[in-house]
Design a protein around this ligand. Structure first.
Ligand SMILES: Nc1ncnc2c1ncn2[C@@H]1O[C@H](COP(=O)(O)OP(=O)(O)O)[C@@H](O)[C@H]1O
Ligand SMILES: [Mg+2]
Length: 256
């Protein structure tokens, strides 16, 4: 196995700080971390510790006050480049789902496929496949308002993986869901991570969720106070996702 230090990081934050404009809040202080291809990382920390700020910066939705973010070894420069990364290599999922309310489930997913050289028909077919994959094959024409919270998050997940990202960032993806829905959303994310080899970063408050991720990062007061892999934690095994959320290998194949 290649040593981690020799592997090329997918994304790397180097000494990143974020001070909010009035200067009174330092949300992140000198944070350095690297996420590798196929990584599966839980980020834990109390409310207000800087988790969302870190996710925003790793997704280019916010700029660090100091420090640099590298994508595959190259510093990411400017919003144009971040937009390009987010429309292909990086998928993001938020606690609030952030679906467009006037668009159906199908159209919300299709939006992610615009400008990628697909015909309208191919976009629709792909969006329908993706929604089938996340278990919403029978909800294509529903507006977000007519979907449950769990279903809305599934639409957001389908949208986030539409372009086969190498990195999926999820900021408390189950924060607005009950425990049953939460578990199945985490199952789905872990299934995607495992089957597609997508690097997955999940911000969570839930120790059970964190225990299912082989790498664990803890943030306190804007600083990383712990970053370790499960095999360093006494050989505890990662629980494999229990339900086969993706219905068939064929459907998974269609994603590649
Ligand atoms: N836009 C903002 N302006 C000022 N302060 C902010 C802003 N966003 C977040 N903060 C502050 O930065 C700190 C970290 O916030 P956040 O990253 O959202 O924490 P977490 O996601 O861990 O709950 C908090 O003290 C929060 O109040
Ligand atoms: Mg947050």
């Amino acid at each position: 196995m290649t040593l981690e230090s020799e592997r090329m990081a997918l994304i790397r934050a180097d000494n990143v700080s974020r001070v909010f404009p009035d200067g009174s809040v330092t949300a992140l202080r000198n944070v350095s971390l690297a996420i590798y291809e196929g990584d599966c990382v839980a980020i834990l920390g109390k409310s207000g510790s800087g988790k969302s700020t870190l996710i925003h910066i790793l997704g280019g939705c916010d700029d660090p006050s100091a420090g640099v973010v590298y994508w595959r070894g190259e510093p990411v420069r400017g919003q144009e480049e971040w937009r390009r990364l987010r429309s292909g290599s990086i998928g993001i999922i938020f606690q609030e789902f952030l679906l467009l309310p006037a668009l159906t489930a199908l159209e919300n997913v299709e939006m992610a496929l615009v400008g990628k050289g697909h015909s309208a028909q191919a976009r629709r077919a792909r969006a329908a496949d993706l929604l089938g994959m996340v278990g919403l094959g029978a909800r294509l024409d529903h507006l977000p308002a007519n979907l449950s919270g769990g279903e809305r998050q599934r639409v957001a997940i389908a949208r986030s993986i539409a372009n086969n990202p190498q990195l999926l960032l999820a900021d408390e993806p189950t924060g607005n869901l009950d425990s049953v829905n939460s578990e199945s959303i985490i199952d789905l994310l872990l299934e995607i991570q495992r089957r597609q080899g997508t690097a997955l970063v999940i911000v969570t408050h839930d120790e059970t969720t964190a225990a299912r991720c082989p790498r664990r990062i803890v943030i306190k007061d804007g600083a990383i106070i712990e970053d370790r892999r499960l095999d360093e934690m006494g050989g505890k095994e990662t629980a494999a996702p229990r339900v086969d959320v993706l219905e068939s290998e064929e459907q998974v194949g269609s994603l590649a």
